[in-house]
Design a protein around this ligand. Structure first.
Ligand code: FAD
Ligand code: EPU
Length: 335
């Protein structure tokens, strides 16, 4: 059923109050086909958990909320397990289920909000793991032709917070399921400094995947605001990837600039550090601002407009460019 004039405040973690002229949910590909047959608007927005979106105005079109469920083990042996998951499943619930079943590989991605279907969109990542590390393939519905296509890992062209669905195929496909390959072994990835620190402080020498998940949840809860309490969409900006020449120039003035190796001999800078050094961390502008514990996160304290948050982000980009000569790129999808 398509509803009209629906408020989207409960459908985006920034808690921005905008209306969509039409709104529908779908629970299967058949359901989706039927809804699309009835659509009058040309403009479409596919919504998962709304945790990586900033609405800046009412949406004059059809918002389609993905509620396709499903958890199907399609292959399992002594070493690996392949699971096909409905795109409308809640990502964190899926992670918790895998941990209960002792399927290893995504415990570092605990507590990331949103849906399974959005996980390949920006190749979600945290604490040393990205979705591309466990990804096998996805099924997607081509909006114009109504045909289903399988995308392999190569075809998705994953990069840091990037995929083909954010570039060439933007707004062309609806992801309906994702297949992941996890490990049956108890091998864990505790390489991220903060995880090691958390495990050490709890005296854990041989961590299980549950220990890693608990550590990640604790670290995240101490830094990132809970969207149920303070509106936000996680990191608003990407960490910039720059050439070594840019890093050397910065180090002339800022000796301790944090940096990490990136592909093709480049380096990743910490946008949170740049924003903090520029004096924005914890800054409040009326009903919105920059989070006090994590400068990468912009927050809506009550009833901010999406446009106000967008303006703040532009001010931060301009200031960081002026002070460091590095231009930040937004991670959040601006609608
Ligand atoms: P939405 O916000 O609903 O949609 C995001 C984009 O994907 C939109 O363009 C939408 O149209 C499109 N889309 C959604 N579903 C589909 C589909 N099925 N088919 C086609 N297009 C679709 N991200 C990280 O990578 N790492 C983190 O550590 C992290 N931490 C976060 C912490 C907090 C507190 C918050 C609020 C967010 C965080 N995020 C993080 C960002 C966010 O959780 C992820 O990007 C998540 O994958 C978004 O899922 P969603 O279902 O909410 O997507
Ligand atoms: N930093 C500061 N000040 C800040 C924030 C960070 O100086 O206010 C410095 C830290 O001291 C550290 C470095 O920046 O040296 C990295 O900080 P952190 O480990 O908190 O990670 P991040 O780079 O800020 C990224 C992701 C997060 C992900 C974490 C953990 C991006 C854009 N963000 O944040 O993802 O959870 O690493 O892996 O890559 C998201 O995408 O929404 C998100 C939350």
């Amino acid at each position: 059923m398509i509803s009209t004039n629906v408020n989207l405040k409960e459908h985006n973690t920034f808690g921005i109050s905008v209306n969509s002229s039409r709104f529908a949910t779908f629970t299967s590909v058949d359901d989706l086909t039927q809804v699309l047959a009835k659509r009058e608007d040309s403009k479409l927005l596919i919504l998962g958990g709304g945790s990586n979106i900033l609405f800046t105005k009412d949406f004059d079109g059809l918002v389609l909320k993905n509620e396709i469920k499903g958890f199907e083990i399609i292959h399992q042996d002594n070493d690996i397990v392949q699971i096909k998951v409905g795109a409308g499943e809640v990502w964190h619930d899926f992670v918790m289920k895998c941990i209960d079943l002792r399927f290893a590989g995504i415990e570092n991605l605990s507590l990331i909000p949103g849906s399974v279907g959005a996980s390949p969109m920006q190749n979600i990542g945290a604490y040393g793991v990205e979705i591309k590390d466990v990804f096998v393939e996805l099924e997607a519905y081509h909006i114009n032709s109504g045909k289903t296509k399988i995308f392999s890992k190569e075809e998705c062209q994953f990069g840091y917070r990037e995929s083909v669905f954010k570039r060439e195929f933007k707004d062309q496909y609806i992801i309906t399921s994702v297949t992941y390959e996890l490990n049956m072994s108890s091998r864990v990835n505790s390489s991220y400094g903060a995880i090691q620190h958390e495990l050490e402080s709890n005296g854990i020498k041989h961590p299980t995947i549950k220990d890693i998940s608990n550590a990640v949840i604790k670290i995240r809860s101490s830094k990132l605001p809970n969207p149920k309490e303070i509106g936000n969409a996680g990191s608003f900006f990407k960490n910039p990837i720059v050439g070594k020449d840019v890093l050397s120039k910065l180090q002339n003035t800022f000796e301790k600039v944090p940096n990490y190796p990136a592909p093709e001999g480049k380096v990743k800078l910490a946008a949170g550090w740049l924003i903090e050094q520029a004096g924005w961390k914890g800054k409040t502008v009326g009903n919105h601002g920059v989070h006090k514990n994590q400068a990468l996160v912009l927050v809506n304290y009550s009833d901010a407009l999406g446009d106000e948050i967008l303006t703040l982000s532009t001010q931060i980009i301009n200031d960081v460019t002026e002070k460091f000569g590095v231009t930040l790129e937004r991670e959040v999808n601006i609608i």
